[in-house]
Design a protein around this ligand. Structure first.
Ligand SMILES: C[S@@+](CC[C@H](N)C(=O)[O-])C[C@H]1O[C@@H](n2cnc3c(N)ncnc32)[C@H](O)[C@@H]1O
Length: 251
């Protein structure tokens, strides 16, 4: 495939280039620093669209979730909003996994008040604690972009999925419409880092956000990466003209 695809395989740019472990540590400590304000800022900076996108993702996956006994894993679950959205439709088990303790603590607190039980565990998305061919749905919302190695992330998700299982990636993407595109980029690249930094009181993460999205594969490129990783029936849909996109595939 084109060079642009393989050049994206290396994943997140945070930390020392070429050293995936130190990059992962930098990502984790970045989320530790924003955890207390993560939900508030997410909802504010997206005008609560992030919640609507996760709900739409759960609706799009309800057939899998509604299977009795199904196991759905929300990888890089952070404060657990996707897992919580899944729980509304689940007739089985929902598990959230993340490697950042303070984000998980917030997820557990929120799930404590939810009607259905969701379990959360501390785990690296590149080494998931699930057996081969054991999971019905592996999903990730706004977390895939942060992985230090996208190809390995896809490989690991595919490993744990049952044959016929579904992968779903909700991630920021590209707005390519003539007027909305430049307006959105101005907001996302210029205003958002300033507001995020001001409110969180932490300098790095909200500059990292637009930078990481800029270098992240666009809709078509991510679809190609998923096919290259061995997924079939890959498709995607845009939210808000492509500000975010939901990609799906099947093992
Ligand atoms: C932008 S947040 C997204 C959180 C949540 N999924 C949401 O929709 O708000 C990214 C999350 O990915 C987690 N993360 C990044 N790399 C990870 C990895 N290798 N393994 C597990 N979690 C990871 C971070 O700790 C953080 O909680």
């Amino acid at each position: 495939m084109p060079e642009t695809i393989s050049s994206h395989n290396s994943g997140s740019p945070v930390g020392s280039p070429g050293d995936e472990d130190s990059t992962a540590r930098a990502v984790r400590s970045m989320f530790e620093s924003v955890a207390p304000r993560y939900d508030f800022l997410n909802h504010l900076l997206s005008l609560r669209r992030d919640l609507a996108w996760r709900r739409a993702t759960a609706r799009a996956l309800r057939d899998v979730l509604a299977r009795p006994g199904s196991l759905a894993v929300d990888v890089c679950c952070g404060t657990g909003d996707l897992a919580l959205a899944f729980a509304r439709y689940s007739a089985g088990q929902v598990v959230g996994a993340d490697f950042c303790h303070p984000m998980l603590a917030s997820a557990r607190e929120k799930a404590g008040t939810a009607a259905r039980a969701i379990s959360f565990l501390e785990a690296d998305a590149l080494r998931l604690p699930f057996a081969d061919n054991s999971v019905d749905l592996v999903a990730v919302a706004f977390g895939f972009r942060n992985l230090t190695n996208y190809a390995r992330g896809l490989e690991e998700m595919r490993r744990v999925l049952k044959p016929g299982g579904t992968v779903a990636i909700l991630e920021f993407s590209r707005v390519n419409t003539p007027i909305l595109g430049p307006l959105f980029r101005f907001y996302f690249r210029r205003l958002l880092p300033k507001i995020g930094t001001l409110i969180s009181g932490v300098a790095g993460p909200y500059q990292y956000l637009p930078n990481s999205v800029t270098r992240f594969p666009d809709q078509e490129q991510l679809a190609v990466m998923m096919r290259e990783a061995g997924f079939g029936k890959v498709d995607y849909r845009n939210f808000f003209a492509g500000a975010a996109a939901l990609h799906r595939g099947e093992k």
